[in-house]
Ligand binder design. Structure first.
Ligand SMILES: O=C(O)CCC(=O)C(=O)O
Length: 255
């Protein structure tokens, strides 16, 4: 892996994203994909993510309630190292979900990520408020709804412009287990799924600890998961917020 500082620089001041190859092995990717599709087809989908028929997409939230594999993946050491390089080692989880593009799904619409879209602006590149991870749970191809991004668009620090995005966007294809890690201000979208198979991605939103999580499901963590949570998972869930503030104060945070 390239030096963390070079990766962070690429995400903030360069293309706005990096494609990290093979961070998850193919077996884990296939297992996580199958599990996401299982939840999507079960009665739990009414609580965790109904299908949006207009665009043919389904967004399954609250993954920490849906299997041990999701606990492991959200703490993947390489992802954590990069995200913490941008947000600090007290960052927290803002959302954790799977996005399913069913056959014939259309674009979701170009956007920047939470919390930026919920803010009035003006936006600033630094400090980054949020880092998004889009983890490919299967190969992302030209045909199956691979993510579209407009390289360097985070530098504009602005809401997306549809015409400019249509001119500048590139499709990020890759293999199962690859991850796109991006600045929350990067303009991006899904593309259309022209295949007969659902395209599934794992989406992680890591944020500064002072940002309110986007997803209320993030708090719906089963007791058993909380009992076995590692210190890192506890941090991600915001359970170490008090300790982190105490550390800020020790560093002279009030003055
Ligand atoms: O699934 C993708 O390719 C991107 C999804 C996305 O950007 C989002 O849900 O915010």
């Amino acid at each position: 892996m390239a030096a963390i500082s070079a990766i962070v620089e690429q995400i903030i001041d360069g293309a706005g994203f990096v494609l990290m190859p093979k961070l998850m092995d193919a077996g884990d990717a296939a297992f996580a994909r199958a599990r996401a599709l299982e939840v999507a087809a079960s009665p739990a989908a009414s609580e965790f993510g109904r299908r949006n028929e207009k665009i043919g997409q389904q967004h399954i939230r609250g993954l920490l309630a849906h299997g041990e594999i999701f606990e492991r993946l959200v703490q993947h050491p390489a992802i954590i190292e990069i995200a913490e390089g941008m947000l600090g080692d007290d960052m927290t989880l803002g959302a954790y979900s799977a996005r399913i593009l069913h056959p014939a799904a259309t674009e979701m619409g170009v956007h920047i990520d939470y919390p930026y879209w919920a803010m009035r602006g003006p936006f600033a590149l630094r400090p980054p408020l949020m880092v998004q991870v889009i983890w490919m749970l299967q190969d992302f191809t030209e045909q199956n709804g691979a993510t579209l991004v407009a390289p360097r668009s985070q530098l504009r620090c602005a809401r997306p412009n549809r015409e400019e995005f249509a001119r500048e966007a590139i499709k990020i294809t890759g293999d199962a287990g690859d991850a796109i890690i991006s600045h929350g201000l990067l303009w991006h979208d899904t593309s259309q799924n022209h295949t007969g198979e659902p395209r599934v991605a794992l989406l992680i939103n890591y944020g500064l600890k002072v940002i309110r999580p986007l997803d209320s499901e993030i708090a719906k963590v089963p007791a058993a998961v909380l009992e076995r949570a590692t210190p890192k998972l506890r941090q991600l869930l915001g359970l170490e917020f008090g300790k982190s503030l105490a550390r800020d104060l020790t560093r002279g945070g009030l003055y």
